[in-house]
Design a protein around this ligand. Structure first.
Ligand SMILES: [Mn+2]
Length: 332
């Protein structure tokens, strides 16, 4: 690994340029949004001109409203001067995860800062630390090298990424380093209790109803080692739920006794798409669900991955089961 050199290369670009477009993936999670805000505030603190962008029409998950991204000028479409700005892509494994489409050729130089092991290194400068718990953890090192003044706001943004990507410090990526970083962020002013209340204890009631629908449909396969459920487009309006409300459902499927693989297939509640989104979670180190996601053109981490498919729920389930058996038993 050449992480030190990669950090230096990122720091050089951040120092040398003055105008930035900071972005992350469509359908952002806590690490995407926390890292986005942290980088934006850090650049502003260095006297730089920074704007934030999250592509796509999907409303942002409500649990991250306390980050006040719209109030801080978050864009949902690329600005006209995007080609004059250095693009800073955070937590994006592939360029196609930005803007809901391929990176525009007119975009300026691209910094790619991430922790996904299958990152395609699409940037002009790439800092991909696959051993890091979160992109927030990667940014901590960048900020250290840049001598960023980590304000309580920056600390809370980074902590949001850290606590969500580690599953509240429970997933296997919860390294000693991740725990030490948590302590440093608390010392820098992150309010653990406040973030917990905002992110986890502020669930909209329709989210509960949507979860109920998914739990009712859960089915077990492969002697109970694979738990699959699905959400239909109509489930969202029936429950009064927005698209991001399905986040977290899969954690209940994975938690079932004996389950090694959890699968949630969901139809986005939008007229402009015909595909289903698939989420995969492994609860054993023996599985690599990113390999299963790649069969459908998706990707992710070994233990958490996603994809999109036009196939039916039944056919998608069959293919996932076949891939699961192949990984667990070798061939067949
Ligand atoms: Mn992440």
């Amino acid at each position: 690994m050449t992480t030190r050199a990669d950090i230096d290369a990122v720091v050089a670009v951040l120092r040398e340029h003055d105008r930035f477009l900071v972005t992350s993936h469509v359908n952002p999670d806590g690490d995407a949004l926390g890292s986005l805000l942290a980088m934006h505030l850090a650049l502003e603190g260095l006297g730089k001109d920074s704007v934030m962008l999250i592509g796509g029409p999907v409303p942002l998950p409500g649990e991250y409203r306390f980050l006040r991204l719209p109030e801080r000028g978050l864009l949902r479409e690329p600005p006209g001067d995007a080609h004059e700005r250095v693009l800073v892509a955070l937590d994006c494994a592939q360029a196609s995860r930005i803007f809901d489409g391929e990176l525009d050729a007119s975009t300026g130089p691209v910094l790619n800062i991430d922790h996904h092991h299958d990152n395609t290194r699409f940037g002009d400068v790439n800092l991909v630390v696959d051993g890091a718990s979160s992109t927030a953890e990667v940014l901590w090192d960048v900020f250290g090298a840049l001598a960023v003044d980590v304000t309580p706001e920056i600390a809370e943004a980074l902590y949001t990424g850290l606590v969500t990507d580690t599953g509240r410090f429970q997933y296997s990526n919860t390294s000693p380093r991740a725990l030490r970083l948590a302590a440093e962020l608390v010392e820098a002013g992150a309010d653990v209790r406040r973030i917990f209340e905002q992110v986890y204890e502020n669930q909209p009631y329709p989210k509960l109803k949507l979860l109920g629908r998914a739990l009712e449909r859960a089915q077990r396969h492969a002697e109970g080692r694979v738990v699959v459920s699905y959400l239909l487009r109509q489930d969202f309006p029936d429950a009064g739920a927005d698209e991001p409300y399905s986040e977290g459902v899969i954690d209940f499927l994975r938690a079932v006794e004996g389950a090694e693989l959890a699968v949630l297939l969901r139809e986005p509640p939008r007229d402009d798409v015909s595909y289903r989104k698939g989420s995969l979670r492994a609860s054993t180190e023996e599985l690599d669900v990113s390999a299963i996601a790649r069969l459908f053109g998706g990707g992710g981490h070994r233990q958490a991955a996603g994809f999109e498919t036009e196939l039916s729920v039944e056919e998608t389930t069959e293919r996932i089961l076949a891939a699961y058996r192949e990984q667990r038993n070798g061939a067949g």
